[in-house]
Design a protein around this ligand. Structure first.
Ligand SMILES: O=C(O)CCC(=O)C(=O)O
Length: 318
């Protein structure tokens, strides 16, 4: 066998996977071109304004951390749901970014170790990258500055309840993640996501268990600082919280993509957000041929997952 050559992109992808496995998160700087960034930022501003006006009722409401959320007049928002819903005017702009090569190119590499293990060489890692026909459409939402006062999300893992014992936590954390999740900042100085590096791979310590839910100084905490165009990929079961500053603009594209092998476990994470109500009506006709085929396949795999999963319930409740 000839020695495998390592391209710069392959080496980068390997190192991203290694960082995600070690720390539970990895940051990629400036992933978008200036044109992509300005078009997405304009779409996000229009969408946030629509949601604040009540014309787009699919929002995350201030004071409530987990779904379901119900919009009501006068209620502040910290997120906008369903960016790929065809009823949203800017859905085509968001679809181009969700199904495009920039984010999915990294995501498919991060999903690779879930199949074959990290592998010692770059060629093996590239070959193990998730293929288009293994990817499943999941969530695409927007996290925004809350109106009025600041708002915090308590320390949590997205899909493991705080009441879990250490053994239950570990058993769940040792299962493959079967998804890649990211926050793509569209504004400079975004530090709302705060993580405890490495906590995706271990049970909570006694101090973490005993800490107040909104502890401002959990040992080891790290605010993930992003500027416009930077993206953080993170394991959604890393111990994390959200700190939302009402004085600072925040527009962060909050997405996830799944691997077909995730099955019912991922179905709950995705379908609890109500995506099943509109996924049949998605319209990807604005995408170019390559992205349209990819998007239709990913959508069809989500629909199949929904059909097979039945009533999925909610991961966490308040
Ligand atoms: O604001 C963030 O970046 C964190 C969001 C979060 O923790 C969540 O949606 O569960």
């Amino acid at each position: 066998m000839p020695a495998a050559t390592t391209t710069a992109a392959e080496a980068r992808d390997q190192s991203l996977s290694a960082q995600l496995e070690r720390d539970g998160f990895v940051v990629v700087r400036s992933i978008l071109s200036p044109a992509q960034l300005s078009s997405l930022r304009a779409a996000a501003e229009r969408t946030a304004a629509l949601a604040r006006s009540g014309a787009w009722p699919h929002v995350r409401t201030v004071g409530k951390q987990f779904p379901p959320w119900t919009w009501a007049p006068g209620v502040g928002i910290w997120g906008v749901q369903h960016l790929l819903n065809p009823a949203l005017p800017d859905a085509p702009v968001f679809a181009a970014s969700y199904f495009g090569d920039e984010i999915l190119g990294v995501a498919r590499q991060l999903l690779a170790p879930r199949r074959d293990g990290p592998g010692p060489d770059a060629a093996a890692a590239a070959a193990a990258a998730a293929r288009d026909d293994e990817l499943v459409m999941e969530l695409y939402n927007l996290l925004v500055r809350p109106d009025g006062a600041g708002f915090e999300l308590r320390w949590h893992r997205d899909d493991i309840a705080a009441s879990a014992t250490a053994d239950e936590e570990l058993a769940r954390l040792r299962e493959p993640a079967w998804h890649a999740q990211w926050n793509l900042a569209l504004c400079d100085g975004d530090a709302s996501l705060v993580v405890v590096p490495g906590s995706h791979a271990r049970a909570r310590t006694d101090a973490e268990r005993a800490a107040p839910p909104y502890d401002p100084r959990l040992p080891g905490q790290l605010p993930v600082r992003l500027d416009a165009g930077d993206v953080v990929f993170y394991d959604n079961n890393i111990l994390h919280c959200g700190r939302y500053d009402a004085r600072r603009e925040r527009l962060s594209l909050h997405g996830s993509v799944g691997h077909v092998a995730g099955g019912r476990l991922r179905a709950r994470n995705v379908l609890q957000h109500g995506v099943g109500d509109w996924v049949d009506q998605c319209d990807f006709s604005s995408l170019d041929e390559k992205l349209r085929v990819r998007a239709e396949g990913m959508r069809a795999r989500l629909v199949k997952l929904g059909r097979e999963s039945g009533d999925v319930g909610f991961s966490l409740t308040e």
